[in-house]
Ligand binder design. Sequence first.
Ligand code: PLP
Length: 380
Amino acid sequence: MIYLDAAATSAVRREVLEAMWPYLTGDFGNPSSHHGVGESAARALADARATVAAWLGCRASEVVFTSGGTEADNLAIKGIALATPRGRHIVTTAIEHEAVLASVDYLVRQHGFTVDYAPVGRDGLIDVDAFAALLRPDTTLASVMLANNEVGTVQPIARLTALTHELRIPFHTDAVQAAGWLPLDVTTLGVDALSVSGHKLGAPKGIGALFVRGRIPIEPVLHGGGQERGKRSGTENVAGAVGLATAVRLAAANREAQSAAAARARDAFMAAVLAELPDARLTGHPSVRLPGTASFVFPGSNGETILLELERRGVVSSSGSACAAGSEDASHVLLALGYEEDVARTAVRFSWGPEVDADQLAGVAAAVGDAVREVAALGR
Ligand code: PLP
């Protein structure tokens, strides 16, 4: 079996699990406890926070550990919008992850916010001029993802933040899919808040982090014991934080070489699939995209049936986001990119980690050709 659904989740890396183990067993303490067991946990948490901060180029005090990407997005969107008295207007895009879209929707329904969605092109790239035109003196927050989880397109975040900074509008980016592949230095990106999630990087599900710039006010979503400097109450997931930090260290060590190799393998894979199947269309931008994602539509075919045929051939992939995969709806991302609903339903996303090589992807391209031809031959 070859697993090409890394954008949905990845396996926990052995080094990550080994680093976590002590904090689930002997050093299991609560970091708030004033005894040796607690202090050991508190030290591990502080070390993990320092590692994540170094990765993002921020201060340790600007890192909030969360239960994952969804919570980080919720905290950024609701927390910053509700703590910023300048207005009730949000600018985002229609291709964000549901964690962002639904958080914005909550603010609209329950707190009287209005929202504008900056347009994106067929390639998934935001229209920068249209984004600029939507910014207003009462805009409370802008949120645009660094890389899209379905089509892989990477947005020009530094250009967008240059625009929001002129108007002193806080800017959040969801970097969940970019983490491990792209540099996440928050100063270069110019962002005020950035979300990451452990399980896309080889850490477990249920741990993530939000960077929030020190001077940006933020209202907590979870209230309680005041952990994480009052920004996120709840006994800290020490082992999870240690796991995230270990995954970050591993990913950062070899990032540039791994990203370059994956991008070359991706380009060969995309070319091979398009050569196999002349009717297939790449979705997202042809080059400004994540190194480990290639996504296609197969007009006239059926995405779910292709996935089944691929799995029979030992290839595990997805129709888009894991959430969309379980539902009958066509992808909101592909619809926003201008695809017709019946074409959007033929989407298949292949996503992988650095352990997958070009030879394996060449085999997958041949299997994709066989699978799609088989679906056509069976008339399904
Ligand atoms: N944001 C993006 C872009 C994602 O792809 C995902 C997960 O699929 C999330 C947020 C949510 O992260 P988590 O699964 O850690 O809640």
